[in-house]
Design a protein around this ligand. Structure first.
Ligand SMILES: *Cc1c(COP(=O)(O)O)cnc(C)c1O
Length: 368
C-alpha cells in the first residue's frame, strides 16, 4: 500500500469479499443475503461497495433513505433495493427508481397505496415491518386486520416480505429478550400471511443475529457491520477484517516548553518540554471533539500518539515526545490492527459511529 500524502480512507475490497463469504458460510443454503449499505456503506462508499457486493452475489440491498437508493440505481445497481425509512414525500421517487419501501405504519401504507394506484402499478413489491421490541419503527399485532384488508383490497401492491429488527442481538445477556422477539415475530408473520392468503419472505437478523441466532435467519438476513469487518465481540471479530484504514500525515512538528499551551481554549498546558505533531484531520473529517484531551490516539511508526487538547475543525495535535518521527511521516488513525472499534471505545462510543462520521471531505482510495 502506498504511503499516505494527505488524509485518505483506504477501502480494502478483498477484505469486503472475505467478510461477505464468512457471513454467507453461516447461512443454510437458500437463505438470501441482503447487504445494508446505508450511510455511504457505513462511511466507506456506497456505490463502490454495492457494485463489488453485487458482483460477489448478494441478493438484495438496503439503504435508510430514498436518496441513498437513487444513488445506487444511478451507479448501476440492478438488484432489489429496500428503503428502510421512507417518508411520504419520497414515494413517487421510490416507484420511479424501482426501489422497495418499508411500510411501517398506517400513514406510510395509505400514502404508498395512493401513490402506487396513481402510478398505475400492479403488485408493486413492498415490505411490512413489525415492531417486536425495539420500539423504533413497525406495526403491532392489533394493526394486522386493518393492514391486511387494505392490502387485499388493492391490486397496486404485493407484500414481498415481512420483517422485524432485533434490539440486542449482540448482547448475549439479553438472550431471553431476543428469543421472545423471535417468537413474537413468528406469530405476527403467520397472522399477517394467513390474512393475506400468501407467504411473503421473512427476515429479522442483522449481523449479530446472523452470528448468534441461527433460528432467526428465516428466508433472508440483513447484514451491515459484519461486511465492513466487525463482529461486535472479541470472539466474532476474529472472523472479520476491517475494510477501512484511515490514514493521514504529519504536517508540522512543534517543541512545546513547560507552561506553553496547545490548541483552542488552551485545553492543554504542558508541565514539561514536549513534542507535538499537527495532523490534517479534524472534527469536520469525523474525529469528534470527544476524542480530544488525551482520550483518542493515533499510531505513528507503531506507537500511540494521544490527541493533545481540543480537536479543531480541520486538525488535531498529537503528542510525539517519545516517537522518532518527522514532518511528512505517515499516521494511522485506524486500520485492521488498531481498529475503529478500539478508537471508538476511547470516547465511549461504537465502531458504527466513528465509521459513519468519516466525512465526504476525506478522499476514498480502493484497494482491489
Ligand atoms: C442498520 C440495519 C441493519 C444492519 O445492522 P448491522 O448491525 O450493521 O448488521 C439491519 N436491519 C435494519 C433494519 C437496520 O436499520
Amino acid at each position: 500500500m502506498p504511503k499516505a500524502q494527505e488524509t485518505v480512507l483506504e477501502i480494502d475490497l478483498k477484505a469486503l469479499r472475505e467478510n461477505y463469504q464468512y457471513l454467507r458460510s453461516q447461512l443454510e443454503n437458500g437463505v438470501k443475503f441482503l447487504a445494508v449499505v446505508k450511510a455511504f456503506a457505513y462511511g466507506s462508499d456506497s456505490t463502490e461497495i454495492a457494485l463489488e457486493l453485487q458482483k460477489a452475489g448478494v441478493d438484495y440491498f438496503a439503504v435508510a433513505y430514498t436518496s441513498e437508493g437513487v444513488l445506487l440505481r444511478d451507479a448501476g445497481i440492478s438488484k432489489p433495493i429496500l428503503v428502510l425509512h421512507p417518508q411520504a414525500i419520497n414515494l413517487k421517487t421510490i416507484i420511479d427508481r424501482c426501489l422497495e419501501p418499508n411500510l411501517y405504519n398506517n400513514k406510510i401504507l395509505d400514502a404508498f397505496l395512493a401513490a402506487a394506484a396513481d402510478e398505475n402499478q400492479t403488485h408493486y413489491p413492498v415490505h411490512i415491518k413489525f415492531n417486536t421490541g425495539l420500539n423504533r419503527l413497525g406495526f403491532i399485532e392489533t394493526d394486522i386486520p386493518t393492514i391486511a384488508s387494505k392490502i387485499n383490497k388493492s391490486r397496486s401492491i404485493k407484500v414481498k416480505s415481512i420483517f422485524s429488527h432485533l434490539a440486542a442481538s449482540e448482547d448475549l445477556k439479553e438472550r431471553e429478550f431476543t428469543l421472545n422477539q423471535i417468537k413474537s415475530f413468528k406469530a405476527l408473520a403467520k397472522k399477517l400471511s394467513d390474512a393475506l392468503g400468501y407467504q411473503p419472505m421473512l427476515h429479522m437478523s442483522n449481523t449479530s443475529g446472523v452470528l448468534n441466532y441461527p433460528e432467526a435467519h428465516f428466508d433472508m438476513v440483513r447484514s451491515g457491520i459484519g461486511l465492513y469487518g466487525f463482529g461486535n465481540s472479541v470472539k466474532e471479530n476474529q472472523h472479520f477484517k476491517p475494510i477501512a484504514t484511515l490514514k493521514t500525515i504529519i504536517s508540522q512538528i512543534h517543541t512545546i516548553k513547560k507552561g506553553d499551551s496547545v490548541g483552542y481554549n488552551r485545553a492543554f498546558v504542558s508541565d514539561s518540554e514536549q513534542r507535538t505533531a499537527t495532523l490534517p484531520i479534524g472534527h469536520a473529517d469525523g474525529i469528534g471533539r470527544q476524542y480530544g484531551k488525551g482520550k483518542g490516539y493515533v499510531m505513528i511508526h507503531g506507537k500511540r500518539a494521544p490527541i493533545v487538547g481540543n480537536v479543531c475543525m480541520d486538525m488535531i495535535m498529537v503528542n510525539v515526545t517519545d516517537i522518532d518521527c518527522k514532518e511528512g511521516d505517515e499516521v494511522i488513525v485506524f486500520d485492521a490492527t488498531n481498529t475503529a472499534e478500539d478508537l471508538a471505545k476511547t470516547a465511549q462510543t461504537i465502531s458504527y459511529e466513528i465509521l459513519t462520521a468519516i466525512s465526504q471531505r476525506v478522499k476514498r482510495v480502493f484497494i482491489r
